[in-house]
Design a protein around this ligand. Structure first.
Ligand SMILES: Cc1cc2nc3c(=O)[nH]c(=O)nc-3n(C[C@H](O)[C@H](O)[C@H](O)COP(=O)(O)O)c2cc1C
Length: 184
């Protein structure tokens, strides 16, 4: 079971990226979690560019997201919603319409912020956006509040309860996912 972990932040010290690394450490047996870093390489979605033949960064996104058995997103909250770069990646992954990487893809959403709401509006919006893009959104939101108290400066998780919740999120994703058949 290959779960791709996609952070909505490209920041070096990102709490959301650290959260995904912590999720990889909490993965149940048989579940491999791989961090996908490519959001910052994508051009702004453009239908003309897509029709003309998208660049390598988009091809890689579509191939990697399409090949994953499931995707775990961790989103920051920017001005009450999903960061533009993450929305842009979802837009690219929602096309081509009948064979988009997100079509029927099992996905879950978590999110962290240093504040007291844990990116909960961004998580709600991302769940909506992913659903409209054709993905199967499973599990509950996981708002990680006061993230600076739960992850140390090196991004290590300091909170045992959160470790357990990450493990449960991955268990749900793995149980609900429809494994991608790889041609041999
Ligand atoms: C442009 C911008 C807008 C932000 N808006 C919000 C917000 O609406 N709600 C919130 O809780 N935090 C907000 N923040 C603070 C982020 O939660 C904080 O920077 C967080 O660490 C970003 O996630 P990351 O650590 O994964 O990069 C905002 C930060 C930026 C840069």
């Amino acid at each position: 079971m290959r779960i791709l972990a996609v952070s909505g932040s490209t920041r070096a010290g990102s709490f959301n990226t650290s959260l995904l690394r912590a999720a990889a450490d909490a993965a149940p047996e048989g579940v491999e979690v791989r961090l996908w870093e490519g959001i910052g390489d994508l051009p702004i979605y453009d239908q003309d560019l897509d029709a003309a033949g998208p660049p390598e960064s988009v091809r890689r996104l579509r191939e990697d997201w399409g090949a994953a058995d499931a995707i775990l997103f961790a989103t920051p909250e920017y001005n009450g919603s999903v960061p533009g770069g993450l929305k842009n990646a979802v837009d690219w992954a929602s096309r081509p319409q009948l064979e988009a990487p997100l079509t029927n893809k099992t996905v879950a959403v978590i999110g962290a912020s240093p504040g007291q709401f844990g990116a909960m509006w961004a998580q709600a919006d991302l769940r909506k956006i992913l659903g409209i893009a054709g993905a199967r959104v499973v599990g509950d939101e996981l708002p990680v509040t006061r993230a600076h108290e739960k992850l140390d400066a090196e991004g290590r998780l300091l909170d045992a309860e959160l470790h357990e919740r990450l493990r449960l999120t991955l268990e749900t994703l793995a149980a609900e996912s429809i494994p991608v058949q790889v041609a041999v």
